[in-house]
Ligand binder design. Structure first.
Ligand SMILES: Cc1cc2nc3c(=O)[nH]c(=O)nc-3n(C[C@H](O)[C@H](O)[C@H](O)COP(=O)(O)OP(=O)(O)OC[C@H]3O[C@@H](n4cnc5c(N)ncnc54)[C@H](O)[C@@H]3O)c2cc1C
Length: 388
């Protein structure tokens, strides 16, 4: 984004760029596990040099940057192709623990999370409890200074590569819905945890199921009060919907530029319909940047993004899908092969398949529209949903 950067901001950009150019961790490995290890090494390099957690408090090893500096930070990381922090800890669990955790929990978990010594999975969804999350059935029964957890979670991104999970459990009676939910931090190496991989539409195994069979979790690992986990989960969900919005905007700026180059290289940029679609993509990526900045401002002012995060999540997820559709239309039949030898390495068709899930993950597009209607526009509540 073209802003008038101050001298100090320009100096920050130059220093960060210099540092990123000095890090040589090679190309991303092809396999998931190697890629995750490579992501961990990147995070350790950033953390050890004071460049991890741009929005995190300095007290916990973060950088506490202003939102203009965060914009620079994300632009430079996208430029240097630095991977996102592995797992869902940094974007989701971390801000929640900082807001609602005990001092001991912040001390114990935040720094290893930022350095990716410990990476985190999200354990919210269950078979039968996705959009209607308050109907979840995984139970946690109190036994002295432990909970005993039983149940099943599903669609847990990269859980097989994670060390910890932040998990919603039912501590109230069955049927207590959002009034009987607690928020637990579970060590995935505990006895009784079984993680199984699921194959997705891309052919990969990015998702897992997590089974808990009499898993003992210290009460000290509960975030917030017993049965008050729903309020805390909403903070996590707000961060999930806003997380990486700035990074995503910088990433898609690069992608739109690549599609512009692609259209020019195959002569499609002269086609008036293609030109309109390219102009639309360019406009949308600018809107993406502006709404990401609006959300960062809200996080700085209110400590969380709030329901406005649904606006950004909805428009970003639709944009991701449209952009990959445009790329496939440009490439034609050849673009449909998904292999390293195929045109453009098969990356656009892979992205096309991967982004089918964008309007499902972090709440479906329909749920985001309901949230915008009810909580941003103050329209009446969805009569199909149970009373809140
Ligand atoms: C890429 C991706 C990553 C994910 N990562 C994780 C993760 O790490 N951890 C985790 O716990 N979960 C994860 N999920 C799961 C995700 O949160 C759920 O898939 C999502 O909440 C939808 O739930 P569901 O699949 O049960 O679908 P359902 O809730 O059964 O929805 C089915 C359909 O009904 C519609 N619908 C439901 N209720 C309403 C309503 N009130 N109004 C209008 N339409 C409605 C939905 O929009 C959808 O089209 C991930 C999913 C994806 C795709």
């Amino acid at each position: 984004m073209e802003l008038n950067w101050t001298e100090e901001e320009q100096r920050f950009r130059a220093e960060l760029r210099g540092f990123l150019e000095s890090v040589d961790l090679g190309k991303p490995p092809k396999d998931r596990s190697g890629r995750s290890q490579w992501g961990r090494r990147w995070m350790a390099a950033l953390y050890d040099n004071g460049y991890a957690g741009p929005s995190y408090p300095k007290e916990y090893g973060g950088m506490e940057l202003s939102f203009r500096e965060q914009l620079i930070y994300q632009e430079e990381l996208a430029r240097a192709r630095v991977p996102a922090p592995p797992g869902n800890g940094v974007p989701m669990a971390g801000p929640t623990i900082i807001k609602y955790g005990t001092p001991e929990q912040r001390e114990r978990f935040i720094r290893p999370m930022l350095r990716a010594d410990e990476i985190w999975a999200q354990g919210f969804s269950e078979p039968g409890a996705g959009s209607d999350l308050p109907s979840l059935r995984t139970t946690a029964r109190r036994d002295g200074d432990h909970y005993v957890v039983n149940g099943q979670k599903v669609w847990n991104t990269q859980a097989d590569l994670c060390d910890w999970a932040f998990v919603l459990v039912r501590t109230g009676e069955p049927g207590t819905r959002q009034d009987g939910i607690s928020y637990l931090l579970i060590d995935l190496s505990s006895p009784g945890v079984d993680i199984r991989r699921l194959r997705d539409i891309t052919g990969g195994t990015a998702f897992c199921e997590m089974f808990f069979d009499d898993v003992r979790v210290p009460v000290a690992n509960r975030v917030g009060e017993e049965n008050e986990g729903w309020r805390i989960a909403r903070t996590t969900l707000g961060h999930e919907r806003s997380s990486g919005a700035l990074k995503q905007a910088a990433f898609y700026r690069r992608k739109v530029d690549e599609i512009l180059d692609l259209a020019r290289s195959i002569g499609a940029s002269k086609d008036p319909v293609v030109r309109q679609r390219l102009a639309d993509a360019d406009m949308r990526v600018r809107v993406m940047q502006i709404s990401a900045m609006r959300m960062i401002q809200s996080i700085i002012e209110n400590g969380e993004p709030g329901p406005i995060s649904s606006v950004s999540r909805l428009s970003n997820s639709l944009f991701e899908q449209q952009l990959h559709e445009l790329a496939l239309d440009l490439l034609g039949r050849e673009g449909l092969y998904d292999s390293r030898e195929a045109l453009e390495g098969g990356r656009w068709v892979y992205g096309y398949l991967r982004t089918r899930g964008s309007t499902i993950g972090a709440g479906t597009a329909e749920i985001q529209r309901n949230t915008i209607a009810e909580q941003v526009l103050q329209l009446p509540y969805d009569p199909a949903m149970p009373a809140r």
